[in-house]
Design a protein around this ligand. Sequence first.
Ligand code: BV8
Length: 251
Amino acid sequence: MDELFLNLPVGLIEALRAARHMAVLTGAGISAESGIPTFRDAQTGLWAKYRAEDLATPEAFQRNPQLVWEWYAWRRELIARAAPNLGHRALVEMETRLQKFTLITQNVDGLHQQAGSTAVIELHGNITRTKCFQEGIVVESWAETDQAPPRCPHCGGLLRPDVVWFGESLPSDILWAAMDAARACDFFFSIGTSALVQPAALLPLEALQHSATVVEVNPDVTPLSAHVTYAVHGLAGQVLPALVRAAWPSP
Ligand code: BV8
């Protein structure tokens, strides 16, 4: 993709080159080019009649544990077939270029780690991990059964995905690590997120309040767009590699 086409602002490239501590917040949009639908996308197939935010709640699970378990099983299948895209890989490259780099993701798909990112904070958990709904402990294996959801091998309770549902609090150590990075960085990326879900949406605002250069990468306008230093309207899989090439041209 020709940078001229993206007309990346010179100030942005200079700020990127000068950055010492970068913090990045990603949302579902960075995985869209890997074929994983975002939360804004309408659900398809047999899930078309449900809204994601209505299924990703403890109430939905208590009301119909089988339905919610099967929705996550379907998403795990989709994720298992997905591969990291050029946007994920550009962030791996940036991590090698910065003195300090923190990647904070709202996504539960594990694609950043699969791409090779190491300093990843998963704000909302990981869909490939399973925990007991009663005890809240992660369960590695359980007796295969045609029951959905399967039962906890310790207490017989229902198993659930180890993700943070709407209405559930984020683990405080994870949230504070993300807040600390947003406050300490000098360059903050907000990539592929509608900037609507709290408290993740506070992070770019914290970075702005601590005088970081804040850059949004999103094809659409979001509630954050008017507040950032630079809003780059484009797809993460195109914009991020172009930024890497522009800031650190290969010899
Ligand atoms: C909590 C895991 C305390 C599950 C998820 C104020 C303060 C605090 C809380 C609240 C508040 N107001 C409301 C709340 C409650 C709620 C909330 O934020 N609601 C929203 C809907 C208003 N927050 C919570 O419940 C949080 N808990 O605060 O605890 C508490 C407790 C009780 C009551 C009050 C407070 C927990 C939130 C975590 C929920 N779990 N995920 C699962 O995945 O199944 S959130 C889930 O949805 C995702 O993880 C993600 O975070 C979110 C979707 O957001 P995005 O990632 O931004 O994705 P989205 O689809 O919205 O947008 C995609 C964007 O990408 C778009 O802008 C699109 O244009 C762009 N895009 C598309 N393609 C590309 C692209 N960009 C770049 N490149 C592309 N190719």
